[in-house]
Write a protein that binds this ligand. Sequence first.
Ligand code: UD1
Ligand code: CA
Length: 462
Amino acid sequence: MDKMTKTARLEKTDMSHSPNSKSATELAIIILAAGKGTRMKSATPKVLHKIAGLPMISHIVKTAESLKPKKIVTVISEGMDDVAAAVAPHQTAIQKQQKGTADAMKSALSILGDFAGEILILYGDVPLVSKSTLEGLLTHHRKGKFGATVLAMAAPDPTGYGRIFQNPDGTLNRIVEEKDANDDEKIVRLVNSGLMVMEGEDLAEHLDKIKSKNSQGEFYLTDLPKILAEEKIVTGVIRGDFYELRGVNSRSQLAELEMAWQHRKRLELMDEGVTLLDPNTVYFSPDTKIGRDSVIGPGVIFGPNVNIEDNVEIRAYCHIEGAKIKSGAQIGPFARIRPDTIIDEKTRIGNFVEVKNSYIKKGAKANHLGYIGDAELGAHSNFGCGAITVNYDGKTKSKTIIGDHVMVGSNASLIAPIEIGDGAYIAAGSTLTQNVDADDLVVARGKQTNLKGKAKGRMKKE
Ligand code: UD1
Ligand code: CA
């Protein structure tokens, strides 16, 4: 038996004897997302509202997956098919009526069955929690051998959150919901993030004991510690960062979380060696990649799937999505780069140039006011000011292939499908409908006629 297999076997044997190491591997995650999100005032389910272009629920599913649990079950309400699609292939449980977070848990158990490992509860509207915070929660839970452990946070303004009360030894005494709190309790700023881990064993019975005798007439999961305490089972508390754990109940909180997310990403990229001239004005997507010594100007927006190499300069106010931009390229200001675009080394895309589904080869330039769509622009070619590829005839999109060292004169229209050979020179203002061979000079425009003195009297004199 090789060493690896032996270790694996030993761990397996270990697990079946020690409850602690067993729970270390047996983890299920439940994401609560059945709430109507009334405070969002939206026809879209709350958890599908986006942060950094990605639905909140997808942020959570990604983090949940990173913990490699046995199962991820999302609780949704009837008709939330879009949420089910967003969490697929993970399973969903339907909560028929939104009777509170404890009731939502019961719906999840209908799918989880009598899972006896650890159950981690995440909230669909607490999207920015990090893997390391959740690992910290699990470690604290295991170390303390608690029946449940809640993730708390110190909120600058605790309004709307459940307040946390601890025993002198730091374990949980009780959670009081905002609506049930008296004035003294409301002063407390240590609040419940909603996220918690609990032991799956006997959970169904514990949940059954939760009553809805509170101001909202709901079954609160936050009453679980009280139920556990009756059986002398202790609930632990660990604190996390408010900026990561706060929830989204309204549009303004959604905007706050977007800011928090963008702030984190900006710091991360600067740490990796990217210069952001005015960080607060630049917006990223979760998958934005930017190489070292690249410089990003103010007001630049990165949509999904952008990969920028080292030493690229993106000047102010560019909008870039679905593009690969190679080393030494200079883009903008005011350029729009759309999906399926590759921009090679040392190219130059200037102001008010739009590029879509195109390959701009090494050293090529399109410096001003142009449209390059469904095209190839050959190495060291020049795409003049105001030139465009005419790629769409109302029905189909066609390709424009431009060779190396080509001059496309200003205001030329290249009606696709069309191919321009290497070294060709297209006169300004030409409208091309036919292919051009290598090294040909093309003039395709009306001839100029000057009529002597005929302009007199045509314009009003002020
Ligand atoms: C909840 C907590 C509160 C905590 C806060 C943190 C309870 C009773 N309160 O309050 O202590 O400080 O989160 O953000 O747990 N949900 C369902 N089914 C339901 C009700 C809710 O799935 O019947 C889901 C919601 O979609 C949401 C989550 O549970 O993802 C929390 O529900 P929400 O109504 O937003 O609770 P809060 O009032 O924010
Ligand atoms: Ca909430």
